[in-house]
Design a protein around this ligand. Sequence first.
Ligand code: DX5
Ligand code: ZN
Length: 223
Amino acid sequence: MSSPIIAPSVLSADFANLGRDVEMINSSNADWFHVDIMDGVFVPNISFGFPVTKAISKQAKKPLDVHLMIVQPERYLKAFKEAGAAGITVHFETCPHLHRTVQVIKELGCRAGVAINPHTPVSVLEDIIAEVDMVLIMSVNPGFGGQHFIENTYKKIKQLRALSQSVNPDLFIEIDGGVDVKNVQQLIDAGANVLVAGSAVFSSANPKATISELKHPEKLQTL
Ligand code: DX5
Ligand code: ZN
């Protein structure tokens, strides 16, 4: 089985030393930068916006995976593409015209992702699953880093893998929230192939080593 894509969440970086933390990810085994955009409306927290995203993009040597936790995300798709997004993920809960929004993301040349909150069942994705490049399953309630992983997520990953098998076998299944070296193998076994990690990476004494452990949990188990 191939290694998962590892996407450290910049939300947990030290913003006063952002350049240093971007360089750490550049020189690590991570694959993408996970960029969390929060508006204080859809989620109870405000993170950062275009200037910071552009600054990361300028220095990043890996693609930016932009996770929009904002209402009316369709208003900002082009702007995030211009700020450097390689992939844009919108929340199912914020998009009454999700099909159209997904098409616009693809027309911009970005990887199109749809995120679902912990209470949103996988089954609502049945009629969009063939159109998207990625589904992000929130394994915490969106808004903050450092929360506890919700165990029901494993069931949802398996359901999503089953739902996508025949219509979109290459679907990226991304897990976001409470991912760490203890649950990474179980997430991969359930069918996840993109793992976001914020506090697990940035609170680690050795962030690059932690990224490598997330990328290669099979080595971890044999230690
Ligand atoms: C939460 C964000 C996550 C967050 C993950 O709303 O979408 O990307 O940064 O942080 P950890 O890995 O600390 O749960
Ligand atoms: Zn996120």
